[in-house]
Design a protein around this ligand. Structure first.
Ligand code: ADP
Ligand code: MG
Length: 619
């Protein structure tokens, strides 16, 4: 006999011991999820065997049915979960259930401390198996690998510091987990309770789960059923079991089609961003089945990248079974499936926008940036994506679509105007809006860094160009005269003097200082020295480039503004007064700030104090 055929006792790693200690002694709620975890492992083991059998005819017991069997003995207070899956060798038992330092154990404990519910997260850290110690005094895992020459072994632990390995007699392939239930967990040795838990948490496991010879989970995969026969609750249950997200999905789309390609698919959009695809340790992607066999747990090629928040399953008869990562990308059927899925999903989102405004607003809050990303990165999807965009604006109460904007444009308006900035408050008080307000033209507020990217490809809507309000080439009709008396504007020589002083103080920081034709309430504004979408990226670059300085702009002055008259007066009486240059500097800094281009707003403070001192000095 070799060394490794003897009984042996081994120690758990420290973090696993800590985890076991908490599971065994301090978690008393929702203990039932231990069964979900054992069934999920059994189902994984069956899927892996199925996959192995596609290419390897040499597995043990190839004829045996792929199934999970539950059994219990109420008197002895025991429960067993058996599967005919891939099984584990002695080394694998040690590696998977024992000695290996589970990095997930620490992460799980940290999430627990942060207040997460254990049942929501335990499956996500590669430590789901240990949940069984919430209900067990002792657990015995007897397993025989699918490799014909492998021997059976039993792993035994009572959830303390160590576990024992001993040789076992198990003639057939698979894993049997025997749970000796704690005294206060006797409820789990009962058939109605087991059935109830399976229906609640594991109904859609793809293999039969049998209890006393009866299958107790759903017979047919949900996605293979006819959509009209299914209820929202069934979809929501399926979603919960797929994602462990406690909230129901925002929407589901069930696609059943045979041409041009066979697809059975259910896609879900989660209610929250963190819920589905962004959960810790859960990668984005769809479950891919080919002829009912799970080919990939998270396939990322079935949807464009920007739809990575979508979760769900896809099953197709048209995919080759031996599909690999590369063939998945190059396969013709695959590309057809991708097109069918994204078209359907985007259509569904449009429907949601039209019929369920509140749900759509929720969608936009959580996933709007992904739609913008899609416009920037997948120009071919623009027609479907643009109607999904929502904006705030100078006139909107809530969110509007581009179609709403166009619909209420006055006749004299030909372009769609937008303003870029950091916050709604900043753009709302921007001097650029003076004229637009006077004209009654609506301006879209673009305050998301992604907007700059999106504008690189989104240049028009229904034949109307999108124009930045700071575009120097902007042509606007004359604003209607207001009833108020027009303010008096500075006489030419005085205005010239002010203009020259601005030039001297600001130097190369502006390309030009000139009179504004459009300003009404504000003393000055900055306009771009050049048109073109690249300048819409300046705001984004400022976030990513440490020493970014915006290229110089044109400064426009409002000849009728009292502040400029005051400056003209000072230039006449006391041209050396420091308050003149400080005022010019501060006006310029204000503009950079409003434009979202100021490199360091704190720099303003000494100057503002200087100005305040001047303003409060007794005259
Ligand atoms: P996870 O399932 O997230 O990997 P678990 O703690 O649930 O984490 O399981 C740890 C590992 O133990 C699994 O990855 C698998 O390799 C192995 N395992 C658990 N149960 C079984 C089983 N019934 N059959 C085969 N392997 C299993
Ligand atoms: Mg697991």
């Amino acid at each position: 006999m070799t060394e490794t055929s003897k009984t042996e006792s081994l120690q758990f790693k420290a973090e696993v011991r800590q985890l076991l200690n908490i599971l065994a002694h301090s978690l008393y709620t929702e203990r039932e999820i231990f069964l979900r975890e054992l069934l999920s492992n059994a189902s994984d083991a069956l899927h892996r065997l199925q996959f192995e059998m596609l290419t390897n005819p040499e597995v043990l017991d190839p004829e045996v049915e792929l199934a999970i069997t539950l059994d219990f003995d109420a008197e002895a207070r025991t429960l067993t979960v058996a599967d005919t899956g891939i099984g584990m060798t002695r080394e694998e038992l040690i590696e998977n259930l024992g000695t290996i330092a589970h990095s997930g154990a620490m992460a799980f404990l940290q999430q627990l401390e942060a207040g997460q519910r254990p049942s929501d997260i335990i499956g996500q850290f590669g430590v789901g198996f240990y949940a069984v110690f919430m209900v067990a005094d002792e657990v015995r895992v007897t397993s025989r690998s699918h490799r014909p020459e492998a021997e059976a072994w039993t792993w035994i632990s009572s959830g303390e510091n160590s576990y024992v390995l001993e040789p076992a007699l198990k003639p057939d392939r698979g894993t049997v987990i025997e749970v000796r239930l704690k005294e206060d967990a006797a409820e789990f040795a009962s058939s109605w309770r087991l059935e109830q838990i399976v229906r609640k948490h594991s109904n859609y496991v793809a293999f039969p789960i049998k209890l006393q010879g009866r299958r107790i989970n759903e017979q047919i995969a949900l996605w293979r059923q006819t959509p009209s026969t299914l209820t929202d609750t069934e979809y929501a249950d399926f979603y919960r079991q797929l994602t462990l997200d406690p909230d129901p999905p925002l929407l589901h789309e069930h696609l059943v089609t045979d041409a041009p390609v066979n697809v059975r698919s259910i896609l879900f959009v989660p209610r929250r961003r963190e819920a589905g695809p962004f959960r810790l340790h859960t990668e984005p992607g769809l479950k891919l089945y080919s002829r009912k066999i799970l080919i990939q747990e998270t396939n990322k090629d079935l949807l464009p990248d920007y739809l990575r928040f979508v979760v769900g399953v896809v099953d197709s008869e048209d995919l080759p079974l031996n599909i690999s990562r590369e063939t998945v990308q190059n396969d013709r059927a695959m590309r057809q499936i991708q097109r069918a899925l994204s078209k359907r999903l985007l259509k569904k989102l449009q429907d949601l926008a039209e019929t369920h405004a509140e749900d759509y607003a929720q969608f936009w809050r959580e996933f709007g940036p992904f739609i913008k990303e899609g416009i920037a990165t997948s120009p071919s999807d623009q027609d479907e994506l643009v109607p999904l965009l929502r904006f705030t604006s100078s006139k909107a109460e809530g969110l509007i679509a581009l179609a709403d904007y166009v619909e209420r444009m006055p006749e004299s308006q030909s372009a769609i105007y937008y303003i870029l900035g950091d916050t709604i408050a900043a753009v709302g008080s921007s001097p650029h809006l003076d004229t637009f307000r006077a004209l009654g033209f609506e301006v879209l507020y673009l305050v998301d860094p992604l907007d700059g990217f999106m504008l690189q490809t989104l240049r028009e809507f229904k034949g109307r160009p999108l124009q930045n309000v700071d575009d120097p080439a902007l042509e606007l009709p004359p604003a209607p005269e207001t009833a108020e008396e027009a303010p008096t504007s500075l006489p030419q020589p005085d205005f010239e003097r002010v203009l020259e002083r601005f030039k001297t103080v600001l130097g190369e920081r502006v390309t030009e200082v000139r009179e504004s034709k459009v300003l009404r309430d504000n003393p000055c504004r900055l306009v771009s020295a050049e048109s073109g979408p690249e300048r819409d990226l300046q705001r984004v670059r400022r976030l990513f480039e440490e020493n970014f300085t915006a290229p110089p702009k044109i400064l426009e002055l409002n000849r009728s503004h009292p502040l400029l008259s005051n400056l003209a007066g000072l230039l006449e009486s006391t041209p050396e007064a420091p308050v003149i240059d400080a005022t010019i500097e501060q006006l310029f800094a204000n503009l950079l700030l409003l434009e979202g281009l100021h490199p360091n707003p704190a720099e303003m403070i000494p100057r503002i104090q200087q100005l305040l001192e001047a303003a409060t000095r007794k005259g």
